[in-house]
Design a protein around this ligand. Structure first.
Ligand SMILES: C[S@@+](CC[C@H](N)C(=O)[O-])C[C@H]1O[C@@H](n2cnc3c(N)ncnc32)[C@H](O)[C@@H]1O
Length: 202
């Protein structure tokens, strides 16, 4: 089974002021966190949040969404999950680094944005062998998956957002194909190759 790639319309305007202010606050908070962490979490790299906003804003009104629940895989500061919440999604994030989960919970609550975060792996335990087998996987799979903490299953989300380490995009697609619901969307940031939207066939 292969994923369908969607062409979304070019955004006709900049994000609204509330979103622009939220993203400015996110940049400042992340910069401070990274300076304090002094490189101790090298796998955390912030994504293109404006592109993520435009992709989610284009998906939100579609009537072919399986549901309005989004999970950010490897949520870092939870910025994209927060954008999803601002667009009316039920927003969730799974992050392996507990320091990031704590920092994200604090800053999202300061922003008044409701996101449910869980510490652990987004790789469902029955699929861990895929990450073990993947050459060059730059994925921290130490630890249990976090779905029970979210009281959810991997196929409970209409949209998944992810920003993998470069070279791991195909592995993330495979994990999505194997775990997401038919009809779910995968929004993925691919560094210099931009942000794509794909859909699992129904
Ligand atoms: C490139 S960063 C992206 C962070 C965030 N999504 C963003 O766009 O700002 C990837 C994140 O995935 C986390 N991560 C790596 N492996 C993970 C796993 N198995 N489960 C959950 N998080 C993981 C890293 O700690 C890191 O915060």
């Amino acid at each position: 089974m292969s994923l369908e790639t969607l062409e979304l319309p070019e955004p006709s305007r900049a994000p609204p002021r509330r979103v622009a202010e939220y993203l400015k606050a996110a940049d400042a908070c992340i910069e401070q966190f990274v300076r304090r962490a002094r490189g101790s979490i090298p796998s955390f790299v912030p994504s293109d949040y404006v592109a993520a906003y435009h992709a989610l804003a284009a998906l939100a009104p579609r009537d072919d969404l399986h549901n309005h629940a989004l999970c950010e895989w490897g949520s870092g500061f939870g910025v994209v999950a927060g954008l999803a919440a601002m667009l009316g999604f039920d927003a969730y994030g799974i992050e392996i680094e507990s320091d990031l989960v704590d920092a994200a919970e604090e800053w999202l609550s300061e922003q008044g944005v409701s996101v449910q975060l869980a510490q652990g792996s987004f790789v469902p335990h029955e699929l861990v062998e895929l990450t073990d087998a993947a050459e060059g996987a730059w994925l921290n799979d130490a630890g249990d998956d976090a779905y029970s903490e979210l009281e959810a299953d991997p196929d409970d989300f209409g949209v998944i957002y992810a920003y993998p380490w470069p070279g791991n995009e195909e592995l993330y697609e495979l994990l999505f194909e194997r775990s997401a619901a038919p009809g779910a969307f995968l929004v993925m940031h691919r560094g210099l190759d931009g942000t794509t939207v794909q859909r699992k066939p129904t």
